[in-house]
Write a protein that binds this ligand. Structure first.
Ligand code: MHF
Ligand code: KIV
Ligand code: MG
Length: 269
């Protein structure tokens, strides 16, 4: 039986950190499962790490369905979360439901939507109709062109308070998981304290319910520029499974992320 969202929520409220990794195919799913990874995310980062694009925008729903099915066939225990690709959910709540249903049918147990306040209505619509939702706030890579780059979000009191307020609205709308990317650690801690849903961080410090990284980053397979929050777990490992195990262990032991992988409250001068 696959891990359920209820089991993950229990683990989180008992204080056990959740270990999430992106995964795009069956062979890596086998290794991630054996290493004890709790959640596998079929991320739209596949547009960058699999397809070699500069952003995540061109990933299609059909491609995401394909990778979800590949991952689901490769493992039986990890919780399966799928990104809704750019353009597949922003137009209307009806469009979001129609496309989310396809990812659920492909094997996902929950879909992830980038966006804060403007995704509240869609979140409620999906959850009411049986589609569990993970909210992705802070640095949302599908908005890279409106942000003007992959930049830290939630810096300064006004932006921090906005992020906390958005998270509360999504939580109240029924979001089952809240993922925060590239936000100062103290802001992520405030969000975690303000919501019922487990929180997952990437570049969000230690005061969250769990961590996520891109699999190809922890295995040092991605040739592009590395974000501050990335750690190479192949260093010191003797196998790929060993590296994934080291990541899961470090998340559970709260030794990852270290201070060097976090964003301080104010930009360094
Ligand atoms: N391989 C890979 N890893 C990822 O983590 C990732 C992807 N691809 N593709 C989709 C997005 C893009 N991501 C990124 C990419 C770069 C930065 C980055 O370089 N950030 C700067 C922050 C600059 C600032 O201070 O504002 C950094 O220094 O980390 C962050 C997130 C995260 N996601
Ligand atoms: C980096 C994570 C959070 C993601 O959304 C992805 O891999 O697409
Ligand atoms: Mg993504």
């Amino acid at each position: 039986m696959r891990t359920s969202i209820t089991q993950l929520q229990k683990q989180a409220s008992a204080g056990e950190k959740l270990a999430m990794l992106t995964c795009y195919d069956a062979s890596f799913a086998v290794l991630c499962e054996a290493a004890g990874t709790d959640i596998l995310l079929i991320g739209d980062s596949l547009g960058m790490v699999i397809q070699g694009r500069e952003t995540t925008h061109a990933v299609t729903l059909a491609e995401t369905e394909y990778h979800v099915a590949c991952v689901a066939r490769g493992c039986s225990k990890p919780f399966i979360l799928a990104d809704m690709p750019f353009g597949s959910f922003q137009e209307s709540k009806e469009q979001a439901f129609r496309n989310a249903a396809r990812l659920i049918a492909a094997g996902a147990q929950m879909v992830k939507l980038e966006g804060g306040a403007h995704m509240v209505e869609t979140t409620r619509f999906l959850v009411d109709r049986g589609v569990p939702v993970c909210s992705h706030i802070g640095l949302t890579p599908q908005s890279v062109y409106t942000f003007g780059g992959f930049k830290v979000q939630g810096r300064g009191e006004e932006a921090a308070a906005r992020l906390v307020a958005e998270a509360k609205l999504l939580d109240e709308a029924g979001s089952g998981m809240i993922l925060m990317e590239a936000v100062p650690s103290d802001v992520a801690a405030r969000v975690t304290a303000a919501v019922k849903a487990p929180t997952i961080g990437i570049g969000a410090g230690l005061d969250v319910s769990g961590q996520v990284l891109v699999l190809y980053d922890i295995l040092d397979l991605y040739p592009g520029k590395k974000a501050r929050f990335v750690k190479n777990f192949m260093a010191g490992a003797t196998s790929v499974q060993g590296a994934i195990e080291a990541y899961v262990k470090a998340v559970k032991a709260k030794t990852f992320p270290g201070p060097e992988h976090q964003f301080p409250a104010e930009a360094p001068k």
